[in-house]
Design a protein around this ligand. Sequence first.
Ligand code: ACO
Length: 329
Amino acid sequence: MSLRRSRIIGCGSYLPERVVTNAELGASVDTTDDWVVQRTGIRERRIAAKDQRCADLAREAARAALASAGVDPATGLDFIVLATTTPDNTFPATAARVQAALGMTRGMAFDVQSVCSGFIFALSVADNFIRTGQCRTGVVIGAEVYSRILDWEDRGTCVLFGDGAGAVVLSAVEGENGSGTGAGAGILSTHLHSDGRHYDLLYVDGGVSTTGTAGHVRMNGREVFKHAVTNLSGVAEEALAAHGLTPADISWLVPHQANKRIIDGVARKLGVPAERVVVTVDRHANTSAASIPLALDEAVGDGRIKAGDLVLMEAIGGGFSWGAALVRW
Ligand code: ACO
């Protein structure tokens, strides 16, 4: 049987130069390296320079992904889908700025906003454009400058986040079966959920139609934690069950990097051993929509993720919104 699906043919990422340690944050808010490491696993994060915008980070990640895929953005791309909660402007879409910066004058470029699950949502949108035959090749980016929406006096949130960007290039492949390298490779399925009743557990207290300001992140950490572990393990099981697979089949779990305790909790619930989980939260903190493509790029770049591997990505964010993507590499 012939089936069109999308395959990840390149990965890239970008991290701002400036490293900020927990100890450095402890100079301005009442916190310690010990507290942050024990509760979150975070040791340091990157913070964008004053003149760096979301589109700048996104452009660098996209360039790296395009180079690794060998795709020329001027001629070879049908779309850019960019997931972000921290866009350059209210409009136009940050993706359009990236499109111009890459020298891409055809196709489409738009943003997707689903907070920390934004990359999974954007990947799903892109995958569906390819599956339906409307597009062949595109870039999916997660890019964030959370440092701009943090309340740097709130120790409960400012220690948790960082800035960065990651990207993948997707391209259509035909044929589910066959043999040889890459047979059966591609995005097997994506699974998305939202539950808007939990708005006030994790939100930004500003916006265009409310305060006219960008606002700051507000969170009930304990409640978010409980929902995160339950919803993430649930959607991971849903993705596996859709293909008659079990957690034992997973080569690599690439989770959203919010908190090491959440990552460990989900892996434990699924029964995935720690050595098959990609972790970057210690160095990147929570980069929201950028965290999964950043982790993916690291694990592909250092050779952990190889052709034929089964990769499960999962994320949850404000809304709540959560999802998973199952990929045969
Ligand atoms: N340093 C020192 N003390 C702190 C800090 C800090 N940075 N932050 C909070 N505290 C204090 C609190 O003030 C409180 O003090 P009190 O007992 O005197 O009132 C105490 O620590 C306990 O506070 P809690 O919020 O109950 O601490 P908890 O053990 O729940 O840990 C944390 C907080 C790390 C945020 C945890 O709830 C968590 O990991 N939640 C998940 C949320 C998350 O990761 N969100 C990311 C965004 S959502 C996403 O991406 C999925």
